[in-house]
Write a protein that binds this ligand. Structure first.
Ligand code: HEM
Length: 471
């Protein structure tokens, strides 16, 4: 064979392919193990979509502390141990805004340019308005709002615990954070609101990823909620502050939004509605369910409440910040429920290659942490599957620190700005319910649903309670 024949196009093509093949293998060797299925674009989407929460734990057991799942055209790299989590929280090469911008557009139609120019300003505002120095302003208002709702429940009844909790938390939250009196009081309108918010919330995860024409009902409910805000936005903005109270959180948010884009105020209203209800309501559900399912804890909680407010259950008690300090056990119960029912994932976008363990995670990947599974790591939480409120004794709550390894509110620069408000409203809600009523579960404690990763898991199946006014 002559030298010229050796360089024939055919041989060059074969050699080129071999080099490319070896290059990609080498590149892939440096990346984390990747679960990618065999269907182009869909990748491991079908298997992953059946029960995503279980899928990621099985993948960790099989592939180790860092692995990539390729599904629906996206690479999601999960980190499950310290080194990866530190990168997630601290690296300059991962970005919160880039990870959530598209989901924010899909779920609330907030355009990219508006989102990027407002996000940080709004975050700082919310963090201040709902921070530890400000939450005391909400205590009285929330007590009042829960009493109004409790009155509707009568002296006794049997209901689904999820409905019971929503009936209390939705109006109290909306009337406190948006505008007093905004939540509908007409029964038909309330029903309509619940139905559309439920559809929107349940479909939020798919809606944040998929084209809207695939999700007709979800799209209908999203439009319904947006129209509701369009109709009420002027009223929310114009609402005069009640004596002694400053403008509500959402009024302040809208003031900032309107410096950039007047027309997107209803969209921000919708996003705030979802953020303020979607996690807090199921956590109030889980806290009550866990307490009622653990007789020893239930008894101690009732004794603590009686020691502060007496035993009659009839008075219209006002929970104060001092009372809350005396009822630390309730705060521990809420935190323990959040630990056990933490969000399935939180996410950041990788913007430059990052090294984690011996792997290089490429730019474009979504870096993921699962607080739900992290909270089941016995290195951080002994007997991780048990409901043990007393483990929170170790947390420096006076200094507003949670336990090591607790990430239910995310972390780093954009940790949940509503976390102190959420803890406050759930504590007050639980205290008032258990002060007024003797409650018992009529069904076993339900398991969590494994269908969703965004936000805290919902219960699987029904869970009813019986309540009777204490005399
Ligand atoms: C137990 C209840 C709650 C849980 C478990 C929870 C959890 C979270 C998590 C995990 C994040 C993402 C943080 C990250 O990626 O690092 C987040 C963001 C957020 N949360 Fe919460 N949250 C709760 C209640 C609330 C409430 C009551 C509000 C009230 C308004 C709220 C407002 C927000 C907002 C506005 C963001 C987005 C922040 C941003 O854009 O930077 N959350 N929350």
């Amino acid at each position: 064979m002559g030298v010229m024949e050796f360089f024939s196009p055919g041989v060059i093509a074969v050699l080129g392919s071999c080099v490319l093949f070896l290059f990609f293998r080498w590149k892939n060797l440096r990346g984390p193990p990747c679960i990618q299925g065999w269907v182009p674009w869909i990748g491991a989407g079908f298997e992953f979509g059946k029960a995503p929460l279980e899928f990621i734990e099985k993948a960790r057991i099989k592939y180790g502390p860092i692995f990539t799942i390729f599904a629906m055209g996206k690479r999601m790299t999960f980190v499950t141990e310290e080194e990866g989590i530190n990168v997630f929280l601290k690296s300059k090469h991962v970005d919160f805004e880039l990870a959530v911008q598209n989901p924010v557009y899909n779920t609330a139609w907030i355009p990219k340019n508006v989102f990027f120019s407002l996000h940080e300003k709004l975050y700082v505002l919310m963090k201040g308005k709902m921070g530890t120095f400000s939450t005391h302003q909400f205590t009285g208002q929330l007590s009042e709002a829960f009493h109004e709702q409790l009155e509707d429940l009568g002296a006794r009844g049997t209901v689904d615990l999820n409905d019971f909790v929503r009936h209390l938390l939705y109006p109290a939250t909306v009337n406190t954070l948006f505008k007093k009196g905004l939540f509908p009081t007409d029964e038909r309108k309330i029903k309509e609101f619940y139905q559309h918010f439920k559809t929107y919330d349940e479909g939020f995860e798919y809606g944040s990823q998929l084209p809207e024409w695939l999700l007709r009902n979800w799209s209908k409910s999203k439009r319904w909620l947006l129209t509701l805000f369009e109709k009420n936005i002027d009223e929310i903005k114009a609402h005069k502050s009640v004596a002694g109270h400053s403008r509500t959180l959402v009024q302040a948010v809208l003031d900032v939004v309107e410096t950039e884009s007047r027309q997107h105020s209803p969209n921000y209203g919708l996003l705030m509605l979802w953020a303020s209800l979607a996690n807090a309501a199921p956590i109030a559900f889980w806290t009550l369910a866990f307490v009622l399912a653990h007789p020893e804890v239930h008894k101690t909680v009732l004794e603590a409440i009686s020691s502060v407010f007496g035993t009659t259950g009839k008075d219209k008690i006002k929970v104060s910040d001092d009372d809350l300090k005396k009822l630390l056990l309730i705060k521990w119960c809420v935190l323990e429920a959040i630990r056990l029912r933490a969000p399935g994932i939180i996410t950041r976008k990788v913007v430059k290659p990052i090294k984690i363990l011996s792997h290089t995670v490429p730019p474009g990947d979504l870096l993921m942490v699962s607080p739900f599974w992290l909270h089941r790591n016995p290195k951080y939480f002994l007997e991780p599957d048990s409901f043990k409120p007393e483990r929170w004794k170790e947390a420096n709550l006076d200094k507003n620190a949670f336990l090591d390894g607790f990430m239910a509110f995310g972390g780093g620069k954009f940790q949940c700005p509503g976390r102190w408000f959420a803890l406050l409203e759930i504590q007050i809600c639980i205290i008032l319910v258990l002060y007024k009523y003797d409650c018992s579960l009529l069904d076993p404690l339900p398991k969590q649903s494994c269908l969703h990763l965004v936000g805290v898991p919902q219960p699987e199946g029904r869970c009813r309670i019986e309540y009777k006014q204490r005399t």
